[in-house]
Design a protein around this ligand. Structure first.
Ligand SMILES: Nc1ncnc2c1ncn2[C@@H]1O[C@H](COP(=O)(O)OP(=O)(O)OP(=O)(O)O)[C@@H](O)[C@H]1O
Length: 274
């Protein structure tokens, strides 16, 4: 039997009078590629923030590998193996690609800057070499070799999104949360990113939770999809079943007999980086 990675039980979240989430429950199996979709303001980022620990649910519980993580800080959750990327790029623009990715490993560093003064005498150097090897593996996997020394802020948008994914992967998460990994990308960049996400799920064995607006990509690569609307779960299942669900069509289009995937869907214009 496949183990459960994450279980979300009856999570509600309020900001003053705003109900961002109402009684949302779902569970994700180890190794799944699970997508969360829904119209703007539906609560997608809110649920991901509840999973990463950025937001504390007003009600409900979160279990990761059968352990209650509801009260844990984001750092404690990262140490348990929950990694994430952000909707808006959160890179250190003046640092190199390599150093940005190394930052992603700080949860795994046993030696801090104090013990680092014993660098050559202790195992610190050995540890750093092991970290560098892991980072190089990720750089190879994401085809970032040619830009490894470049300043992150000088790279085109699509590449910066890839560096952010590299940094999240550097934590070696068992569960990775991707908030709009393809936002603002052109068609080729989206295709590349979709391939990397499938590979990190299949080759690295990471369980993936992805928020994405590009319905074509979501339906192509997800094992299961959950739909939120006004903070409530309105559908969950395999992509074909969700696509055919009348509630989902209504939520997106306001009517029942149109298709969700627009065949003339044009790539979104690139976003400006934060
Ligand atoms: N920090 C916050 N303070 C107040 N209200 C918030 C906050 N974060 C989210 N909300 C509100 O909660 C609701 C859900 O927002 P959320 O960002 O989770 O939606 P979303 O589905 O991710 O939207 P989008 O697709 O536009 O990113 C919205 O009404 C939003 O205004």
């Amino acid at each position: 039997m496949v183990a459960t990675s994450l279980e979300v039980r009856g999570v509600s979240l309020r900001f003053g009078g705003v109900r961002a989430l109402t009684d949302v429950s779902f569970s994700i199996k180890d190794g799944e590629l699970f997508s969360i979709i829904g119209p703007n303001g539906a609560g997608k980022t809110s649920i991901v923030n509840c999973i990463s620990g950025r937001y504390k649910p007003t009600e409900g519980q979160l279990l990761y590998q059968d352990r209650d993580i509801t009260g844990l800080t984001p750092n404690a959750r990262a140490s348990l193996g929950i990694g994430r990327t952000f909707q808006n790029l959160a890179l250190f623009h003046h640092m190199s690609v390599l150093d940005n990715i190394m930052v992603g490993r700080h949860h795994l560093l046993k030696n801090n800057f104090i013990t680092g003064s014993l660098y050559w005498l202790t195992g610190a150097r050995k540890e750093e070499l092991a970290h560098r090897r892991k980072v190089e593996e990720i750089i190879d996997f994401l085809d970032l070799q040619s830009v490894r020394k470049a300043q992150a802020g000088t790279l085109p948008y699509g590449l910066r999104k890839r560096v952010e994914l590299a940094r999240a992967m550097a934590l070696e998460p068992r569960l990775i949360l991707l908030d709009e990994p393809m936002a603002g990308m052109n068609f080729e960049e989206k295709e590349d990113m979709a391939r990397y996400i499938v590979d990190l799920n299949e080759e690295f064995g990471m369980t993936v939770v992805m928020i994405e607006h590009d319905m074509g990509v979501v339906m192509d690569i997800s094992h299961r999809v959950m739909v939120l609307d006004f903070g409530r779960k309105i559908a969950e299942g395999d992509p074909a079943a969700v696509l055919a669900d009348p509630h989902v069509k209504r939520a997106y289009l306001g009517e029942e007999d149109e298709v969700l995937v627009d065949p003339d869907d044009k790539p979104a214009a690139p976003e400006c980086a934060a």
